[in-house]
Design a protein around this ligand. Sequence first.
Ligand code: FNR
Length: 363
Amino acid sequence: MIGQRKDDHVRLAVEQHHAHSGRNQFDEVSFVHHALAGIDRADVSLATTFAGISWQVPLYINAMTGGSENTGIINRDLAIAARETGVAVASGSMSAYFKDPSCAGTFSVLRKENPDGFVIANINATASVDNAQRAIDLLRADALQIHVNTVQETVMPEGDRSFSSWVPQIQKIAAAVDVPVIVKEVGFGLSRESVLTLRELGVRVADLGGRGGTDFARIENGRRELGDYAYLHGWGQSTVACLLDAQNVGIPVLASGGVRNPLDVARALALGASGVGASGGFLRTLVDGGVSALVGQISTWLDQLAALQTMLGARTPADLTRCDLLIHGELRNLCADLGIDTGSLARRSRNSEAFHETTGSTR
Ligand code: FNR
């Protein structure tokens, strides 16, 4: 049953990415162009550090799959792509393993093929502390993701209908395990209030997981005989809206959901993300072109992210938070509602000594 669901998710997600219009709210964020801001590529680093985690590059393959033969092969290929490019990689939900340990290999292949990489185990918020530890042990995981997905569960024909245990369970797991805990949404977004609650619960990192890419309301609705939840397609906050909402929230945030290209990665980093994840787009590349195509895509993204940082005068991903940003369209209305001063985002390099040093600007 779970294995069939995992295969359905892959098929429906890839179909969705073939049909996707390509536009999302990342298009409503642009960098102010400063013609003399450029630095030397040799001085640019992609390294990022947050919550005691150090990554060579600020990109990761976010949680997708495992639990069936086909998804085990996908995990093998994701692990190879992560190993070849140095990005972190997360497993899909490991509930299938808790219910049927015979599918362990479809998850542990992530570590087998990528022995020295940064591997993240993924569980749901009802997992017991024992199962959280089993997931970490199976992958020798460097971090644990707990996904929160009320919208997906609601539309999923066989989904959970009880959510009140999630908050105390997340707190228990976060207190019990000795790797950093990341709580993630699956494409509907974490509001500021949700992130503040997670911080109170002892969660070290929030993955905002916003709208704009894979839409799990649509995927689960496609698995319903009547397709009667179509009105929930497009539910939630976009990833850029979440990033704006989560400014200075007190724990590091990761950005995922609808990240389409290296410019979206730079935009998310400039809005304060410590790292940026992608799932559905990478899966589509893998299914269409095989592992070499995915290695090619991730390598190109990293190369072009370094090129964008060079052009923008950002020696590190964190330096992008000093670059001036313009906010357009609906996102601008949202900023007004949230009390975010878009004018100060557009002028923030003027208050930044580091930026002045690199550009030589005297403004
Ligand atoms: C997912 N995602 C997901 N997330 C999670 O925490 N546990 C899971 O098991 C899965 N399973 C899964 C399967 C497939 C096929 C896809 C495409 C995605 C959600 C994923 O991690 C991410 O949050 C969303 O897909 C949004 O990011 P993209 O796809 O827009 O980059």
